[in-house]
Write a protein that binds this ligand. Sequence first.
Ligand SMILES: CC(=O)SCCNC(=O)CCNC(=O)[C@H](O)C(C)(C)COP(=O)(O)OP(=O)(O)OC[C@H]1O[C@@H](n2cnc3c(N)ncnc32)[C@H](O)[C@@H]1OP(=O)(O)O
Ligand SMILES: O=CC(=O)O
Ligand SMILES: [Mg+2]
Length: 701
Amino acid sequence: MPMTPRAGLEVDDSLAAFIETEVLPDLDLDTDRFWSGAADVFARFAPENRRLLAIRDDLQARIDAWHAERRGRPYDVPAAASFLREIGYLADEPAPFVIGTRNVDAEVATLAGPQLVVPGLNARFVLNAANARWGSLYDALYGTDALGDLPAAGDYNPERGARVVARAKAFLDQAVPLAEGSWADFDDPSNGIAMRDPGQYVGRSEKSRLFRHNGLHIEVVFDPAHPIGRTDPAGISDVILEAALSTIVDLEDSVAAVDAADKTAAYRNWLGLMKGDLAETFTKGGERLTRTLAPDRTFTASDGSTVVLPGRSLLFVRNVGHLMTTPAVRLPDGSEAPEGILDAIVTSLIACHDLKRQGRFTNSRTGSIYIVKPKMHGPKECAFTDALFDAVEDLLALPRHTIKVGVMDEERRTSANLAACIHAVRDRIVFINTGFLDRTGDEIHTAMQAGPVVRKGDIKSSDWIAAYEARNVAIGLQCGLSGKAQIGKGMWAAPDRMAEMLDQKAAHPKTGANTAWVPSPTAATLHALHYHQTDVFALRDAIAARPVPGLEALLTPPLASGRNWSELEIAEELDNNAQGLLGYVVRWIDQGVGCSKVPDIHDIGLMEDRATLRISSQHMTNWLLHGVCTPEQVDAALLRMAAKVDAQNAADPLYRSMAPDPANSLAFQAARALVFDGVSQPNGYTEPLLHAFRRRAKGEA
Ligand SMILES: CC(=O)SCCNC(=O)CCNC(=O)[C@H](O)C(C)(C)COP(=O)(O)OP(=O)(O)OC[C@H]1O[C@@H](n2cnc3c(N)ncnc32)[C@H](O)[C@@H]1OP(=O)(O)O
Ligand SMILES: O=CC(=O)O
Ligand SMILES: [Mg+2]
């Protein structure tokens, strides 16, 4: 890649051109001053970044040795806790405190609703996600299995339509009941709509009436000329829900960004969002479509005043963690720059377009930049992020704490020191959430030498995970996040299983969490129903009154008590992991797709990203290390599943088969390395191998 010198750095030409011609011009920032400031940030923070990574390795090496010495004995949690304290893995608890974050948008601070995550490299999806603030309940119920079955292919089915309408009206009866009777019988909107609580009425537009319940808006559309409205006694053609209050544009685990071209493409999408001019043209159903950002929505209140509501989700950007470096920028010593530092600088710089109100729309009405920081291990790494964001604010002449941070509680050292982690970013924190997928991968890797772990499906019901979830909310409330920041729950990783999601994710708001992740706009619309069923903020006092669960269960790894698996169970477990792993990795390496839906062994399409890959690869590594299976069994499973994954992708013209020549398939070799070299991967992360193989694949292409 041609590089260009800038203030002692070597910057990839395409990235430098992007920053200098597309980002900087409207920002009143001098190009030379920007680059010398950026070089200074790298000079100050890169050495500390490296030091923090060395601490991770050192702690893991000590934990490995401690576990190896005690292997085969019952796990002694008090001894483990004192050992972890002795080596500095467990930090001192801070004195009681409350966070001081200010200027936080209501979507984050005072409202409760779904949070959508979207791979930042896919402009079509990114636009869809930003617009997922509002979603059709009729479409979400009709087009998914939410009602218990899927629609048949072909034309609109009126019988299914009637079930959808009945379900939606039952929801209206629960959330915004009429003064008398049911919405199902309502037939005349012309004289106004008498509500049981008239305060729920917000306003009207030409065709709709807008209501509010538990802080979320519900729009009932009246259109007797519409094919659905025509068959409705009141002419109701749809119920539109306020759905994804916030969206995370992901530059991390759901993208494959391994070089300057990838990074620049992702940054360009973020710029399009911040300037409001992102557009994507594509063909769908034989039609050529151009998708752009949705405008705000305007209604007229009873007193004639205008009510303007955001048309788009409040946007966060997820930077990468502290681990990886990028060839997009080289430091004066020739080494690759830490990617997380580059992300902090560039994504904040781009967000200045929003702060300066130079775009078509406003993202943060309170003048904040929202960055999600994943995969931090413990309070010192959080403090590092805090200091880095201070430095970026100085570089961009932003007031202190303009850059907010969402802390993913997804590494064991963060869960175990959560209060201290929050304390380290106490004036800029806007969320904690349980990224249970990475967290599970880290659990397996941390306990790698202790013994074989239980089957992957059983990890979900182990004690540490319940303690982790409960402690996250309890500590968040104790540190005063309520009203200032989100307490969030993790991803629903089965995008096609909406009935099951409706059943299971109802539990999230009941825990006191005011948001939870969903994989798609449709899932956001359906998950919004849960925040109408439960008033999260009303529950929090009672939840906060409970004692914070101690560390005992959190520090108990999910080790198998015996090795009672049959050969069949072992083969099934290996096949399941191998199928998910290969199905994901093959698209990552060969096509640069960072998030895929991959069928598991029961043919359920699961969302796979780097976090789920970390689990499946580390699980196989763990069983291999402890002799639950042999290398031959692992290879046989990989080969068997390669053929299966090849068959699943047969219709994709860009797909390169693995099974016919696995030795020459970079994807197959990457997948194999993730398992066979899994013990030595830092904290069990998959990025180092994925990046190395993807760069080779790009080189070959
Ligand atoms: C552990 C973690 O880190 S979780 C966070 C990372 N994970 C994510 O971000 C999940 C993002 N989700 C996705 O990428 C997808 O939903 C997948 C890959 C899981 C499943 O995709 P599929 O069901 O195959 O979706 P498919 O490609 O059929 O698209 C269906 C429609 O949904 C939309 N869609 C699907 N997911 C999203 C999304 N997250 N955001 C916006 N739109 C989406 C698409 O735009 C498409 O609509 P369009 O044709 O009008 O553009
Ligand atoms: O990032 C989310 C996770 O579960 O990991
Ligand atoms: Mg994660």
